[in-house]
Write a protein that binds this ligand. Structure first.
Ligand code: MTE
Ligand code: MO
Length: 185
């Protein structure tokens, strides 16, 4: 009898293990209640995101700005409830807080009819750069997010800051943002 109980317990433990392995891809899991598609380590940015010399470079016809995370925190903050919808088959809504992308575009004099280029710290890979059409870039809910669900953005969700915009596929919600510029016409 004792042996049988022991076996049953061991078996159920083994059955749970593969579930935990896939945990990060299950809705509602991952840091800050949001799944992660690619972690900071997988993207090769672990050693870059906490560099005190990190600045967000914003450049346009009016000039170039270099903003630290503290600089961004001191700007007016906007909150938005927006989903990340990944083609891998999950969509999770979260609470975001950060600086309006439009405010940064204005500071650099980026023109309202130009697409905006967004570059990640990520050294290589398909998602390191995106181009955002003006309609999305100037949307008042499009943020350079600093916080997710009430906390400082987790490393795996894009610390020091990331893009979150309404109505865009997950692949274009650039994490570990490093530079914002005006696309050439
Ligand atoms: N730099 C960078 N940004 C990225 C990605 C990436 O691999 N690298 N993945 C994208 C994809 S496919 C999705 S679905 C979302 C996922 O964001 P999350 O991991 O914070 O949930 O980030 C997007 N932003
Ligand atoms: Mo995705």
């Amino acid at each position: 009898m004792t042996a049988l109980v022991g076996m049953t317990a061991g078996q159920s433990f083994d059955l749970l293990a593969p579930v935990n392995l896939f945990g990060p891809r299950v809705k509602g899991q991952g840091p800050q209640d949001l799944p992660v598609n690619r972690t900071a380590s997988q993207a090769g940015v672990r050693g870059l995101i906490h560099d005190p010399a990190w600045r967000l470079r914003v450049s346009g016809p009016a000039g170039a700005l270099e903003l630290s995370r503290k600089d961004l925190e001191r700007m007016p903050q906007t909150e938005a409830v927006l989903p990340i919808a990944c083609v891998e088959g999950w969509s999770t809504t979260a609470h975001w807080r950060g600086v309006r992308l439009a405010a940064l575009l204005e500071l650099a004099g980026i023109r309202r009819d130009r697409a905006v280029r967004l570059d990640s710290l990520q050294p290589r890979g398909a998602y390191r750069t995106t181009t955002m059409p003006p309609h999305y870039a100037w949307d008042t809910l499009t943020l350079v997010a600093l916080e997710l669900n009430g906390e400082t953005l987790d490393a795996d969700h894009g610390f020091p800051c990331r893009i979150i915009a309404p109505g865009r596929p997950g692949v274009l919600q650039t994490k570990w943002l490093h530079a914002i510029s005006e696309e050439p016409a």
